[in-house]
Design a protein around this ligand. Structure first.
Ligand SMILES: NC(=O)c1ccc[n+]([C@@H]2O[C@H](COP(=O)([O-])OP(=O)(O)OC[C@H]3O[C@@H](n4cnc5c(N)ncnc54)[C@H](O)[C@@H]3O)[C@@H](O)[C@H]2O)c1
Length: 320
């Protein structure tokens, strides 16, 4: 198949590129390299089945529409990502995630191109449930708190997918990622695991925001990529939403301890109040675990890599 990946030079997109090329597909990546890197895809630049276009999807003269018209399938991953980036630049977040996705979906609907759109567990917002299902009601915070602009922009993307599916019969679905981690993820924008591993390897304090009692589930990027691949092989995903993540929960304090132990580090854990780490009034969720029964029932997909393997792979990558 001819597959277009927006944001394909990023963390998840570049692993997906590796996988799809290894399966014999032709892959085109469009990416403005804002948070992605050419290093992530450098290994494919001489492959005749691969093309890289360095471009912003929201540029007026972007080739995005013709690329979508020529593709059999699109993975739309390009987005402003990461809590720190989003809090510091909420206008950019909204423009990229809303206008960019709208443009991509218009083109997919017009050309009958199948599409998978990346969303996030952030859309579950401040809900106090421990485990989240795709049909749950969502509780997003006030617009006075820019932290919620990322969740809100991604939620609007989801409504766009549903609307185009309803109105234009768009063959599109949504994937809600829950903390995907692994090699190539950068800690620059506040992602917790690469930040912890970097600190542990240089014997610096691991900065835990808040009490550290909040729990999260971490999914190896190789598992996430397998989920995306299995969805490609189905023809009954249109108009659906899929949670993708690992169901094994861990508190951020325990995560920090595990990283220190696996990195053989002499680092300590330092607690930083949210107001210091982000802005005053920053809100976080206590727990966030996925119910993955929708994707497991439809595709048999389940994550198979545990946290120990994830941490070791991130240590090996950062040590390289
Ligand atoms: N990693 C996670 O845990 C996670 C969790 C929830 C959702 N997601 C979603 O998954 C997708 C991929 O995330 P990731 O973790 O690989 O992050 P990433 O930052 O590595 O990937 C995003 C890519 O999009 C590119 N990009 C951003 N704006 C663009 C634009 N206007 N035009 C062209 N390219 C642009 C970036 O340069 C980058 O390569 C995103 O949509 C993100 O919101 C990721």
């Amino acid at each position: 198949m001819k597959i277009l990946i927006t944001g394909g030079a990023g963390f998840i997109g570049s692993h997906l590129t590796d996988e799809l090329l290894s399966l014999g597909h032709c892959v085109t990546v469009i990416d403005n390299l804002s948070t992605g890197s050419e290093d992530n895809i450098a290994q494919h630049l001489t492959n005749e089945k691969f093309a890289f276009i360095k471009e912003d999807i929201i540029d007026e003269d972007s080739k995005i529409e013709s690329l979508i018209a020529n593709a059999d399938m699109v993975y739309h991953l390009a987005a402003a990502v990461g809590v720190e980036l989003v809090v510091n630049d909420p206008v950019h977040t909204l423009l990229t995630n809303v206008s960019g996705t709208e443009k991509v979906l218009q083109a997919a609907a017009k050309n009958n191109t199948r599409i998978i759109v990346a969303s996030t567990s952030e859309v579950y917002g401040k809900s106090t449930k421990e485990t989240f299902s795709e049909t749950d009601d969502l509780l997003i915070g006030s617009p006075y708190n820019s932290r919620w602009s990322y969740a809100c922009s991604k939620l609007l993307d989801e409504f766009f997918v549903m609307a185009f599916h309803q109105a234009n019969d768009l063959d599109g679905c949504v994937v809600r990622f829950f903390n995907t981690v692994g090699p190539r993820q950068t800690g620059r924008y506040g992602m917790v695991l690469p930040r912890f591993v970097k600190a542990a390897l240089s014997n610096e304090n691991l900065l835990v925001y808040g009490t550290g009692e909040q729990t999260r589930c971490f999914c190896h990027v190789a598992d996430t990529v397998q989920a995306l691949r299995t969805l490609l092989e189905r023809d009954d995903t249109a108009g659906k939403i899929y949670n993708i993540g690992n169901t094994e929960k861990i508190s951020i304090n325990q995560l920090a301890q595990k990283v220190i132990a696996q990195a053989n580090s002499s680092s300590s854990i330092e607690k930083i109040p949210y107001e210091k780490a982000y802005n005053k009034g920053f809100e976080d969720m206590l727990h966030r675990a996925p119910n993955i029964s929708t994707i497991t029932n439809d595709t048999n997909w389940k994550p198979v890599r545990n946290l120990e393997k994830i941490i070791n792979d991130v240590i090996d990558f950062i040590n390289k």
